[in-house]
Structure formats: C-alpha cells, structure tokens
Design a protein around this ligand. Sequence first.
Ligand SMILES: Cc1cc2nc3c(=O)[nH]c(=O)nc-3n(C[C@H](O)[C@H](O)[C@H](O)COP(=O)(O)O)c2cc1C
Length: 412
Amino acid sequence: MSSTLSGKRILLIIGGGIAAYKTLDLIRRLRERGAAVRPVMTQAAQQFITPLAVGALAADHVFTDLFDRQDEQDVGHIRLSREADLVVVAPATADLMAKLANGLASDLASAVLLATDKPVLIAPAMNPKMWSHPATRRNRETLARDGVAFVGPARGEMAESGEAGEGRMAEPLEIVAAIEALLEPAERPLAGRRIIVTSGPTHEPIDPVRYIANRSSGKQGHAIAAALARLGADVQLVSGPVTIPDPAGVSTTHVESARQMREAVEGLLPADAAIFVAAVADWRTADAAGEKIKKVAGEGPPALQMVENPDILAGIGHHARRPFLVVGFAAETQDVLKNAKAKLDRKGADLIVANDVSHDSGIGPGGVMGGDRNRVRIVSKTGAEEWPELTKDEVAERLAALIAGRLQAIET
Ligand SMILES: Cc1cc2nc3c(=O)[nH]c(=O)nc-3n(C[C@H](O)[C@H](O)[C@H](O)COP(=O)(O)O)c2cc1C
C-alpha cells in the first residue's frame, strides 16, 4: 500500500493508561502503511500491555529504561529522540503531559520528549475528571503553545465502568490520519500564524436540565479549523457543545454558553486572524433557574424573560487587540446578501461568509445546518463572490487558502 507513511520513522511513546491496548492496533496500522515504529514504554505502560507484544508488533527493540547501559551505549536517549520523523505519544497520560509541559525528564519517555527536535503528536487518554482538571487544562494549553499537536480525546464511555465524558483516546485510524497530516509535505503558508476559530452552537440554560440551542453541528467550523491547521496555522478552536470529534492538530477549548465562548475567545488573544463560525445564541434567559422548573397543574407554562447575549464578533471586530483579519459567518434565511453587507460594517469584520440556511436553499436533505454541504458567498468591502455548492470540507479548504492569501497581503 503506498502511503504518506511509507518509509517514515515513528518514535511511539506508550504511557500507562488503559487505552494502551489500542496502541497495539495503532502499531499494526502504522506498519501496514510502511512506517517503521520504534517503541518506548513507560514503567506504568508495562502494567497494561507487555513489551513482548509491543516489540513483536513493531518488530523492533522496546526501549523502557533511561539508565539501561546497553541501550544507552547502542542508541542513547538523545539519538533515539532524533532518529525519527515524528514522535507520537499514545496514550498520553495526564502524568506525561504534566512532565512535558513542565520540562521534566525523569524517565526515558519524558527525557526523549524533551530532547527531541522533531514534531510531537499526542493522543491524550484519561478519566474525564483528570482531563478537565485545571492543572491538565493548563498543561494542555502550554503544550499547544509549545507547538505540540493533539489528536483527541473524544467524548464517550470510559473503559472504567459507569464513567462517560471527554477523555477517551482517539481511535487508531484517527491517530494514523493525524500522523499522515503532520508528515505530509504540504505547503504551510500559515506557519507561525495564530488563528482563533469558533464553531458549533451555544447552549443557554433555562434551568439545570433545559437549555435554548440551535441546529449547528460544528461541521463547518471544525472543518475550517482543520484546514487552517493543515496550512500550518496554530489553530485555537473554541467549540460549543457538538457531537463530532476535535479536529486533529488543533487546540480545542470546549464551552457551553455565549458568555463562556466570549471569555474563551478573549483569553486567546492576541491572534493574527479570528474566524467566527459558531452559531451563537442571540438571546439567553434573564435568570437561569438554579433548580429544575416544576410543572405545576393549573399554573400554565412559565414566561421566559430573554436578554441579549454578547456579540462576540462585533466585540473582537472593535477590540483594542483586534486580529489583522476578522471573518464572520452570517446564517440568514432571507435577504442573505443585504444582511451580510450590513453585518460587515456593523461588526467591524473584514469578510462575511454568508450562507442561506433557509429550507429552500436548494441544499439537499438536512439542509446547511447539520448537513455536509454548503453554498456560501464571500462578502467584503469591495464586493461579493459567490461560490458553488461544495462540501463543507471544500468550503473549508477554499476559505483557508483565502485567509492565507489575505494574511500574506496584509504583511507585505
Ligand atoms: C487501572 C488504571 C488505569 C489508569 N488509566 C489512566 C489513564 O487512562 N490515563 C492516565 O493519565 N492515567 C491513568 N492511570 C494512572 C497512571 O497509570 C499513572 O499516573 C502513572 O504514573 C502514569 O505513568 P506514565 O505517565 O509514566 O505512563 C491509570 C492507573 C490505573 C491503576
């Protein structure tokens, strides 16, 4: 099978998590695509899977000990870290992430990670509470800023019974795709650029169990984040609640409400560009109830008092630390172009990507919201350009190329 991975050398660091069993399959998948896999296992990893199984699948020696005289004489941890095209950590434990974020080198895995001059991709896997702990969040942000690429984790059932949430390791084939994306000899016109992307809907609470939402799936925003990352950008994605996985090679912050989204976006400034794809709720309830609102016989439905949410796009469009390029999305059901032009001025945006989300937009089953296709018009101060109906991935590719061109033009 000819593949981007053919002849590539992957240094695979296996951490001590339950997901280590999936790494055995990952080794198989990498090898069948022609990659050479050199495994490093932490002491903890050896509690979950054996060096024998890892070595047999990788067809290579398994490195486990920083102070192994023979290994150190034969290869040495510095050479080990350099003689690879890419370093992959799967599963990346909370512990390994903390070590790398803080520059610790107390075992072979962490020493290799610190000594390497190659790109590093990590596939975190841990209990959802560990993943959402402020310490892990801080480490994750530090690692993303240091240029470490992430794949996953996904949301779902944990191997431990009764636990569900975000923290499940990405599936082996997703990790393979992320590795291929990192190794592809692609043009990287956005290298060194920091770009914020928002995606998905927001959820505005009515009470602890009910919320106001919209039909945005996050597919378009996530595709744009991934396309920008493929062009080399350091992409900071702020995602509302969605059921699709985090894009590979992108640092994702998860939020629920419009106010949380604004706070997350402002916390990510400064940036070269910001692309606001999320369908942010215009309104929220004035006072979300602290307890579930009870249905009382004879009292009828409660009256919901609504207040306006912050306008995140306009806030950043007029911000003191405004990115060079601000792009908004306008989902309209009528007078698409007229409304997009008005939005451009009002919000302080450079470009508005206008899409018609009405039922008669002509886009097949599911429509634009939640569907896989989109037809957009790019509205700028100098006019409007209409793109044909495309898949959301194709819209993302084109838009990423347009953004790269615009940023280059601003610089020169
Ligand atoms: C049954 C069991 C499952 C574990 N699963 C995970 C996990 O999925 N992710 C994680 O970060 N730590 C997990 N741990 C804790 C790590 O094994 C522990 O933090 C260890 O020190 C990690 O070492 P390492 O980072 O050197 O591999 C688990 C521990 C046990 C006993």
